[in-house]
Design a protein around this ligand. Structure first.
Ligand SMILES: [Zn+2]
Length: 430
């Protein structure tokens, strides 16, 4: 009896276990996703060494393994963009000091190529206030000189007379000294002048000469892609809930330095995959169709999401709600919801679910902002949130945004919250 009793209990437990969906989200799997996407094998998921194509191939396989259906062949919506890249040499020497690409200096996004050696010319800030200083500058031949200025003065350049601006642009290169941290970005065009940013703390105060080698290559029509998979709705297949996250990042600077983009946005991509894994399970299949879009070219100017809204694979008016995930790697201070002040009913639901589930320590609402892929959707009338976590570390668009230092403090909480949110919006009648 006793043994049998045990067996019955065990069998009952097993049946119970077998019917309960797998654990909410798999933190180890999420960490592996982030570490993979942020690894050197993906070259910063940009436009050097096929980085974004490698990331796309990895995500196609993940979509297929989850059993997501295709809204486009091979989950792929292709488009092209103009982009400036730094695929070759990136070396800067100041007098006898070699600066490290990515750590000590970065290229300005639109920098032209450089292979130069020459004297340094430090900008006299009197040119912003005195015409005599401007005249003196105009009388100086800058073509053999590299112009050095401090970052706050860059914005003031555009207020100078056109002739002075043109003269400054004739310098062999422009070097901007930055206090604090270096923050990289991308540009859709290339300037003639080579331009770099250097950490002010690394710049020798009596610098005389520099040697700069920067292979900048402009690609007028680089082909990249969005990846789109979906789970057809059981009850309302023509009504859509959409989860989005951009998988691209900034790529490389020279042969060695790459921008891992662990927080931005391997973390959001991992969350998208965890939500897909949850809703793909038979017990959790949604009533509405659930679309998952991994956008390309977000860092190049929200271009993937812009292309999608211009060439939608589902009718935009049929989207009940869109949830965009970007920067989900911290969370000690909770999360911020862009458009939380715009779509108040949905934001109220989100805060109720957060309180009920004790998911994140706090939520904050913001208004509209063109700072991620939700933007083009909500501007076209699609209700959408962009959720990001707040906390430390604050690495952003730099070579330090690595998987190893990403705490993922709010990841499990955000997963629970977003799962409940989607589940509630999916409930017929909502
Ligand atoms: Zn970014």
């Amino acid at each position: 009896m006793r043994c049998l009793g045990h067996f019955v209990v065990l069998a009952a437990l097993f049946t119970l276990w077998a019917n309960v969906p797998a654990p909410a989200q798999d933190m180890n799997r999420a960490r592996r996703t982030i570490a993979t996407l942020a690894s050197s094998a993906f070259h910063g998921r940009g436009y050097v060494k096929q980085g974004e194509h490698k990331a796309a191939a990895y995500l196609r396989k993940r979509f297929a393994d989850l059993g997501l259906q295709q809204l486009a062949p091979d989950y792929t919506q292709s488009f092209s963009l103009p982009i400036n890249t730094f695929p070759g040499h990136a070396a800067l020497r100041v007098d006898e000091l070699s600066l490290r690409a990515g750590e000590d200096f970065i290229a300005e996004p639109g920098s032209g190529p450089a292979k130069l050696e020459g004297a340094v010319f430090t900008l006299d800030t009197l040119i912003f206030t005195q015409e005599a200083a401007q005249q003196q500058l105009l009388a100086t031949n800058l073509r053999a000189h590299s112009l050095v200025l401090r970052q706050p003065d860059v914005a003031r350049l555009s207020k100078l007379p056109a002739a002075v601006q043109e003269h400054l642009a004739s310098a062999a290169s422009r070097i901007t000294l930055v206090q604090g941290k270096l923050t990289a970005s991308l540009a859709n065009q290339q300037l003639a002048q080579p331009q770099v940013q250097v950490l002010a703390s690394k710049w020798p105060s009596a610098a005389k000469t520099i040697r700069l080698r920067l292979d900048a290559v402009f690609q007028p029509a680089y082909q990249t892609q969005n990846l789109v998979g979906y789970l057809p709705g059981r009850v309302h297949p023509d009504s859509f809930l959409v989860v989005t996250a951009h998988y691209d990042h900034l790529g490389m600077l020279g042969h060695r330095a790459y921008f891992p983009g662990a927080n931005d946005n391997a973390s959001g991509t991992a969350m998208l995959l965890e939500l897909a894994a949850h809703f793909a399970q038979p017990a959790n299949r949604p009533a509405c169709s659930l679309v998952f879009i991994a956008f390309g070219a977000e860092e190049a100017g929200l271009l993937g999401s812009q292309y999608f809204v211009e060439h939608p694979l589902v009718p935009l008016p049929s989207i009940r709600f869109l949830l965009n995930l970007d920067l989900l790697g911290t969370g000690q201070e909770g999360a911020t919801v862009v458009n939380g002040r715009v779509f108040e009913a949905q934001y109220q639901l989100l805060t109720q679910l957060n309180a009920a589930g004790h998911y994140l320590p706090s939520l904050a609402a913001r208004g509209r902002a063109a700072n991620s892929d939700h933007y083009h959707f909500s501007e076209r009338g699609v209700p959408a949130f962009f959720l990001y976590t707040r906390g430390t570390p604050t690495f952003y668009h730099d070579v330090q945004d690595r998987a190893a230092t990403l705490p993922l403090t709010g990841f499990a909480g955000a997963f629970g919250l977003l799962r409940d949110f989607l589940r509630t919006l999916d409930t017929p009648g909502k």
